[in-house]
Design a binder for this molecule. Structure first.
Ligand SMILES: [Zn+2]
Length: 315
């Protein structure tokens, strides 16, 4: 049940402001990982990628053992979840100052992969605009920061594919004193529409449902009907695939397998170069987010090996 204080809504109403300044709708999925901090200053927004799915992230933040959270999580299709009250300190930055004085926004996706969608940019920008207005945060790269910038060498997110210019322009587009933003989607993406639709159909024909669904969804999440007939066709395809319970279940299974595969891969990679703390993080994620899966047993074995190394190093 939402614990959003009435005072917050009142404040926003009193502040007035232009259209588009209201707090965007967010589902409240509370995490127990926060430090109560009524009246703290909010000066920064820290941008993250989850390194996984929206659903997986919410489960991760709710797991008592993960000891991490962020204030907000944004999905590919533009949904927003709030997991920590803005007044409180969330545990996302790994750096005291930015936890204490920052708001953390997590984004579905991977730092190394260009999976960003227009809906994700727009939802996050709407949220950031509200936060900037509410707390008087300047819309610039001194106050909106990448996790990798405040934790260099330790974190890579949101990665090289995150388009900061596009993001800042979207945030400013709600402010008439700032230059207008580019339209929601860059033209070079629009020219890829037909190509991506074609590729999605080939995947579907070859019964490769996860990449088929991902490609159809990329279109649905990036474009509107005005962009061409491909958009309606992609939406129909998604509807067709997901309305079949067997195919729906298969996509979910493949998605989880892929997510676990990526986390296991990172865990092994970091263990291989003796970055045991980071390796531990990924093996723990597999175990905590997907405790009932067979892969968790292997993750558990690897976690124990990594913990032995960490204990050994600490002698
Ligand atoms: Zn991060």
């Amino acid at each position: 049940m939402p614990r959003l204080p009435v005072a917050l809504a009142l404040l926003a109403a009193l502040a007035g402001g232009a259209l588009g300044d209201e707090k965007p709708a967010a589902e409240w999925v509370p995490s127990q990982h926060f430090t109560p901090a009524e009246g703290r200053p909010v000066r920064y927004i820290v941008i993250h990628t989850i390194e996984g799915s929206y659903e997986g992230c919410l489960r991760w933040f709710q797991n008592p053992k993960s000891k991490v959270s962020a204030h907000f999580v944004v999905s590919f299709d533009g949904r927003i979840a709030q997991t920590v009250r803005e007044e409180d300190v969330a545990w996302h930055a790994g750096v005291r100052l930015y936890n204490d004085e920052g708001i953390g926004i997590e984004h579905e996706g991977y730092a190394a992969k260009d999976g960003w969608t227009a809906r994700e940019y727009e939802a996050s920008a709407r949220l950031a605009r509200y936060l900037c207005r509410r707390y008087g945060i300047p819309v610039d790269r001194t106050h909106l920061l990448a996790h990798s910038e405040i934790a260099p060498g330790r974190k890579e997110d949101p990665g090289p594919h995150f388009d900061w210019d596009r993001y800042l322009a979207l945030i400013r587009s709600g402010d008439e004193t700032q230059p207008p933003a580019r339209a929601g989607t860059p033209p070079e993406q629009k020219s890829r529409l037909a190509e991506v639709l074609e590729r999605a159909r080939r995947y579907e024909e070859n019964d490769r449902l996860l990449p088929a669904h991902e490609n159809f969804r990329w279109i649905a999440d990036n474009f509107g009907d005005e962009d061409g007939p491909e958009v309606a066709q992609a939406r129909e395809a998604i509807e067709r695939i997901l309305s079949d319970p067997v195919r729906h279940a298969r996509i979910e299974e493949e998605r989880i397998r892929q997510e676990i595969g990526i986390w296991m891969g990172w865990g092994k990679t970091y263990a291989g170069v003796e970055k045991y703390e980071k390796a531990r993080e990924y093996f723990e994620r597999v175990i905590l987010v997907y405790p009932d899966r067979l892969e968790s047993r292997e993750a558990q074995r690897r976690l124990e090996a990594v913990e032995a190394k960490i204990a050994g190093d600490g002698r």
